[in-house]
Write a protein that binds this ligand. Structure first.
Ligand code: NAD
Length: 482
């Protein structure tokens, strides 16, 4: 089927970007909004986004005008009658989508394909609301749609043969990379991403670390393009909340229960970028630079020599009667602290990548020792991330369960290793997919880290996935690829 006229329903965060993607590829677009006010907002999104592309030299003004000319904006669904494809991008609420699809089925010509951009809802349930369930698929774009290369194409058990391939072909024509998957809540990316974002909100709410410290840990430390709270603000906290509810309904996994903090912010109308404020306000606080006030210290644990050497070069002396003991570890250090004559001087330090040091305070650590440890980490060029002395501190606690989820997804045969890695790279802009990350960190290290998390929290889904356990037991350092 040739897709030349495409409808997009809902021109919010996603729909406006999706309309732009189609128009850029030369297709005619009919954009439908709920009312005149929302339509004006949608037009604003389109004009600003293409305007930015001109400012950045990615489009010339004449191309921009041509793109905007290809888009017809309307508040009448009836204008979709001759569309070859309609992509729906209204809020993540099943009843609203079902009622829209009933209408689209009546309005659109019988051979038209109807697609939903849902992040998590059942495509099968939406398809069943129509008289053409075989021609209903998921076409899941990523935010911002003009930039992110991934499109998840979701087929159901009733999708007609060939329709998924046609939509995947269209995605390629748009310059995107399709990954085709079955109908399961969250598909690949959101099933892996959203529980991690939700977990970050739980750590914040539980006071394990502060907002900007978690952001720094995951960007400077784990190398992700955005911190979890900036990403939640970009996605929209209402959308993220709805996706977590759908995931929880399907899995009944406690980790998928939306963080109470998320619900609170949504109820308060703090939805992220689209409402001007979410986890972040207008101003993002950057970690401050500083000088060390420490006089004496000692470093112990694996890798202590290198840290001590860097500090010695900067003129800081070690001593057996120190102001602070830096215990290098990736596990809680309180058991080491209690063996000291002065447990209040011990701080756990976990070096993450080249730029971050998690600085963990036990229940006994004094504020002065924490301040000293933070200063010393700045001296060696690392951004300190103060946190509580818990298994995995911040980075591993957030990263490892996500990696484990990816192993389970592969083990269940839902997606291949290559698709999972590609999906996270192209859908989230991650520098590496989860399998690539595990192979560079070390499968045994990830397995051991998960065991420690499980031992601390007794969360069933923190237990290492059997496949990971078996690969480590077999002495393998990588995943077997076909
Ligand atoms: N936000 C993301 O990062 C993201 C990413 C991928 C997929 N999605 C999915 O895309 C869909 C839309 O999410 P969003 O974040 O763009 O939401 P949004 O709230 O930003 O936009 C939704 C738009 O739909 C419009 N709308 C509501 N009811 C309508 C109707 N009956 N007819 C026409 N327009 C209507 C609203 O006016 C609004 O402009 C959801 O299913 C979401 O899960 C979101």
């Amino acid at each position: 089927m040739a897709f030349e006229r495409v409808g997009v329903v809902g021109l919010g965060t996603m729909g406006a970007g999706i309309a732009e993607v189609f128009a850029r590829a030369g297709l005619r677009v009919i954009g439908v909004e709920a009312d005149a006010e929302a339509l004006a907002r949608g037009r604003g999104h389109l004009e600003r986004s293409t305007g930015r592309a001109v400012d950045r030299g990615r489009l010339i003004e004449a191309e921009r005008e041509e793109i905007l000319r290809r888009v017809t904006l309307t508040t009448s669904r009836d204008d979709l009658s001759d569309a070859d494809l309609v992509v729906e991008a209204i809020p993540e609420i099943l009843d609203a989508k079902v009622s829209l699809f009933e209408d689209l089925d009546r309005i659109c010509k019988p051979q038209a394909v109807l697609a939903t951009n849902t992040s998590s809802l059942s495509v099968t349930a939406v398809a069943a609301a129509t008289g053409r369930p075989g021609r209903v698929v998921g076409m899941h774009f990523f935010n911002p749609a003009p930039v992110m290369r991934l499109v998840e194409v979701v087929g159901t058990v009733v999708t007609e043969p060939g329709v998924v391939e046609e939509i995947a072909g269209l995605a390629r024509r748009l310059g995107k990379t399709p990954v085709t998957v079955g109908d399961r809540a969250g598909f690949v990316v959101n099933r892996l991403l959203l529980p991690y974002l939700n977990h970050a909100a739980v750590l914040l709410e539980n006071g394990v670390a502060a907002r900007d410290d978690i952001e720094a840990a995951m960007t400077l430390g784990a190398g992700l393009p955005m911190g979890p709270f900036a990403l939640l603000d970009l996605i929209g906290l209402d959308t993220a909340y709805e996706v977590m509810c759908v995931l929880f309904d399907e899995t009944r996994d406690r980790r998928h229960a939306p963080a109470p903090l998320l619900r609170e912010l949504v109820t308060a109308g703090l939805l992220g970028r689209k409402s001007g404020r979410g986890f972040h306000g207008e101003r993002v606080v950057r970690p401050e630079a500083g000088r060390a006030s420490v006089v004496t210290y000692r470093v112990e644990g694996e890798g202590a020599g290198a840290v001590a050497e860097r500090l010695a070069q900067a003129g800081f002396k070690t001593s057996d009667d120190p102001d602070v003991v830096l215990r290098l570890a990736d596990r809680p250090v309180v058991e080491h602290a209690v063996r000291l004559p002065r447990p209040d001087v011990m701080v756990g330090v976990h070096l993450v990548g080249e730029r971050v040091a998690e600085v963990a305070a036990t229940a006994l650590t004094s504020p002065a020792a924490v301040a000293a440890a933070r200063d010393l980490m700045k001296v060696i060029g690392r951004t300190p991330v103060p946190c509580r002395d818990r298994a995995g501190f911040v980075v591993d606690a957030l990263l490892y369960p996500y990696l484990n989820d990816a192993v389970r997804m592969i083990e269940a045969g839902y997606a291949s290793i290559g698709d999972v890695d590609a999906a996270m790279r192209l859908g989230c802009g991650y520098p590496a997919g989860p399998v690539e990350t595990m192979e560079s960190v070390g499968l045994d290290r990830v397995r051991d880290g998960l065991r420690a998390l499980y031992a601390e929290y007794r969360e069933p889904s923190y237990a290492p996935a059997p496949l990971l356990d078996h690969l480590v037991a077999a002495g393998l350092t990588g995943f077997p690829r076909p």
